[in-house]
Ligand binder design. Sequence first.
Ligand code: GCW
Length: 713
Amino acid sequence: MVAISSGASPLAAETGDDAWLGYTALDKEQASIYENLPSSVLTMGDSPVLKSAQQELAAGVKKMLGPTLHLDADVAQPSVGSQARHVRNPVGDSFVLGTLSELKTIVPKLKPAREPSGDGYWLKVLRINGHKCLVITAATDRGVLYGVFALLRKIALGEDISAVDEMQQPSAPLRWVDQWDNLDGRIERGYGGPSIYFADGKVRDDLGRAAEYARLLASIGVNGCAINNVNADPHILDDAFITSVSRIANVFRPWGVQIALAVDLSSPKTLGDLDTFDPIDQRVAAWWQKKVDTIYREIPDFGGFVMKADSEGRAGPSAYGRTQADAANVIARALKPHGGVLFYRAFVYNHHLDWRNLKNDRAKAAYDIFHPLDGSFDDNVIIQIKNGPIDFQVREPVSPLLAGLPHTNEAVELQITQEYTGQQRQLCFLVPMWAEVLNFDMRVNGNPSTVADLVAGRVFHRPAGGVVGVANVGMDPTWLGNSLALANLYGFGRLAWNPTLSAESIANQWTRLTFGSDPLIVQTITKLQLSSWTVYESYTGPLGVGTLTNITGNHYDPGPESSERNGWGQWHRADHEGIGMDRTVATGTGFIGQYPPDVAKIYESLATCPDNLLLFFHHVSYTHMLHSGITVIQYFYDSHYDGAERAHDFVSQWMELRGHVDQQRYSEILAMLNYQAGEAIVWRDTICQWIYELSGIPDQKGRMKAISGDYLR
Ligand code: GCW
């Protein structure tokens, strides 16, 4: 039985390093339901992952409840042969940590209703040798570690675990994050400080922060991390560099997070001494094999590679007239004997499209290129598909390619770093968007088939697949640049594990784990987070218009004309008559025809296309009437004014928390929200003025006069 003590003041300064793993001490009343928890831990095995599990459990219980758990190393046991270091039976009430096969050595009759497999775990209260035990078991040590984090989360959230019996299986086997870190320490589209891995072209000497990151990732069930930019520097594969990368793998290993590298297809030529990188050349295949063998000698549990080819200036198989499958397979075959996988990105498109041709459409590229290759990728290739057909805009439909690869493994790529959604200088909680994406029903063959089911391989019975998030955390104490943005990383992992969780429950949990359970804090932050995506959308890109940001520059400020008259293909086609891209089959680019028929039917017709994606799929006049009963142009004005007002309101909501949240986070977030309120006005005025000048139709409510006076007549 544990003796409960209690603790820390909720107003103590917080830097944010611990993120949602602060394990704030529970107050006496909250802690009282845990009085009967066991006071020792029996760990069945001594792998690094199990050791992390044991230490995490002990640290979490101590911080939240007070007592120090006795670890089994403290319990004297007679030693027998190779089992010398293992305690084989609980000697009192215990937490028992171990795989199911280990557990069965002491509880042979154990028969769970359903056995956990892969990374799944089982939390169960059991009598073993007459002792009450709280068992945390799984098929693998990693599953046990996930079970420990789940149990600690339950305690932090005040859930009763006295008779716990919970089996959890992750939705998809691969739940990875990508980091776009350059070897010089800068991070492409990173807004949380410099790289935690690299500085000045080398792996950092001090990898303490990387180890902390691995712990955070493990706590949300993320099992892989590609550590460098997909715009890959070939030097990542220098033999000497691989040796230093193995130090990163060493700090990740205890947390069950496999590391992976993004690689450049031209490496055999640019780094090696071949005169070609033609994927079907035998010398090229041999080069990759030798390189991969070297990596596995240094990093036996290496996860694999991520590849961006023929995209935004990257080398690709097109240089030799080969296909994306040729490129993927030559590398996948080198990884295969070692159990590695290749995430091959579907973000392949021509960024020199002729904008004058109204039939051209960047959104079509991924499907046009990859769908015909379906079935020709090896089974350790996973096609990594951005959630939308363009590029992480504030609102896009789901990429049709997700339903277009029945014979190929696939993963959906989400963007945690807020490249187009405020760059962590504005609040934009993306979990509601991702929940929509993962639960979107593609109606493959007219049957229910959500994106979550597709990427997990449940629809087409594929062996591998998953969810990837571009995280881009950095050295900033808050990891992502502001402490509220971290809810996106937390939510990513939770949704990747279980896509049926609601955005609300995730926001609520994250807030309690990060800021404690003061009801005012929980209510206020949850509400702010949940409204932030649609608020951001309303003043930066309503009605599915796509990006109105400065697309050729910082991807942040308003710059609606920068999308047009260039080859990047992020067109909104706004002119004096109307706005939107006609992507219909009937009169437009035909993009809609890439969806399964049930979905295509909804988008093709103006009568059924949802308002929030109208301009993504249709070019309409400014006076087109929305389902909501107002015109497109008036919606633009209303949405921008309403959005700016709601962003302003974030400030007053936050100010309710003065004296409740520690001063440091209070002031930092207040400053951010104040700034956001100003930015929202800049957006509102820029976009309203732009669209007014284009359309010549004034705001019915006359609001723009107040800003711009006679200039707008
Ligand atoms: O969104 C775009 C970004 C690039 C990025 C690219 C990609 C890493 O602006 O910075 O490159 O997508 O996803 O490859």
